[in-house]
Design a protein around this ligand. Structure first.
Ligand SMILES: *Cc1c(COP(=O)(O)O)cnc(C)c1O
Length: 373
């Protein structure tokens, strides 16, 4: 049995009857940029996230970059985040001329160690970017209370976590901004690149709208320079349809994760394997189901030989990336992140997976652990 990490065509086939006519309608209408689908998607997505506003942008990286810019953060400023995330998070800080300051992660959730944020705050700190990594919310009570106490802004990186919950709220509504990606592999993905910024502040929403369209305040009047970073109409039409299925898909991901957890327990001891942890009061949406194993690379080879696709998110922590070699970080600076990079392995967990496929992957992992490979 060949098991892919993700099968986007399976998802398209399920929705083809809805998606094809919606895309055709956009083509027939002839309004391709910032049309009615973008406006409606923004309303529907804001309602879904429980925020007052949502603004569509070209991708998740731009969402972060524009959010930082809208808060007036730039040269000489510091922004706190973790070294265990996709590079877009720090890229967005650096593209604004600000300096990323890193804080290590919690070993069980892989999210920022919120209790350590305050130690990293200096007089130059302007914001913190908690990344809701792999689909689980950060400890937003602690993040928000530190931010309030020290007077810094909060920009949530929600790229992997649309629909994830912390207590009674969904991510994207805690901080000044929530930044989302609709890259095809995210829980809500379009047929190309797409992104969104959420906020509860009308002025900030207006700033993002201006920045995504060259800083235009209407009628070719430019109050600032922005970007060309719009969500396009065809993607918005697709996202409106997919948004209605998102909770179902997130629940299927949770079900698959639950099946893995149960099968790994049932099929015998977990022999050096750690399973993902869902903290109480949080709803994990499993964009990625990451196990940890000291023998990760051999386990991965064995699964590859069985035609089971896996991935490593992330093999190199940001502080050790060649691009940041000039920033003074060294090996040993963030040991929890470094260890995670050596041990994590993502198993397929996409919503369209059959129970039989989940079993096949679990069997592959257990056989390896029991030496039967
Ligand atoms: C995917 C991702 C981004 C960037 O999104 P793009 O749409 O690919 O630009 C940012 N942060 C995290 C954590 C991501 O996983």
């Amino acid at each position: 049995m060949r098991i892919p990490l993700l099968d986007l065509v399976r998802q398209y086939r399920q929705l083809q009857g809805e998606i094809d006519p919606a895309m055709k309608a956009v083509l027939e209408k002839g309004a391709y940029i910032l049309g009615e689908n973008v406006a409606k998607f923004e309303e529907e997505a804001a309602a879904y996230c429980g925020t007052k506003y949502a603004v569509g942008v070209a991708n998740g990286t731009d969402a972060l970059e524009l959010a930082i810019k809208a808060l007036g953060i730039g040269s000489g400023d510091e922004v706190i985040t973790t070294p265990f995330t996709f590079i877009a998070t720090t890229e967005a800080i650096c593209l604004n001329g600000a300096k990323p300051v890193l804080v290590d992660i919690e070993p069980d959730t892989f999210n920022i160690d919120a209790a350590s944020i305050e130690k990293a705050v200096t007089s130059r700190t302007k914001a913190v970017i908690p990344v809701h990594l792999f689909g689980q919310a950060c400890d937003m009570d602690t993040v928000m209370s530190v931010a309030k106490k020290r007077g810094i802004r909060v920009i949530e990186d929600c790229a992997q976590a649309i629909g994830a919950g912390f207590k009674s709220k969904r991510v994207g509504g805690f901080g000044d901004f929530g930044c989302f990606s609709f890259f095809p592999s995210k829980n809500l993905g379009c047929f190309g690149d797409g992104g969104m910024v959420t906020t509860n502040d009308k002025t900030l929403a207006g700033k993002i709208k201006m920045l995504r369209a060259h800083g235009q305040a209407g009628g070719y009047r430019h109050e600032t320079e922005g970007r060309n970073s719009r969500l396009d109409e065809i993607q918005a039409a697709v996202l409106r349809i997919k948004l209605r299925h998102l909770d179902g898909w997130n629940n299927s991901r949770r079900k698959n994760a639950g099946s893995y957890n149960r099968l790994f327990e049932e099929m015998g001891k977990k022999g050096g394997l750690s399973l993902p942890v869902e903290k109480s009061g949080r709803k994990h949406v499993y964009n990625i189901y990451n196990i940890r194993s000291g023998g990760r690379d051999k386990l991965r080879e064995s699964l590859t030989a069985k035609d089971i696709a896996t991935a490593v998110y992330y093999p190199i922590p940001l502080h050790l990336q060649p691009v940041y070699s000039g920033l003074g970080w060294k090996k040993g600076d963030f040991p929890v992140s470094e260890k995670a990079c050596e041990e994590v392995l993502a198993l397929p967990v996409f919503p369209e997976m059959e129970e039989e496929e989940v079993r096949f992957v679990s069997r592959g992992v257990i056989d390896f652990l029991e030496g039967k490979h």
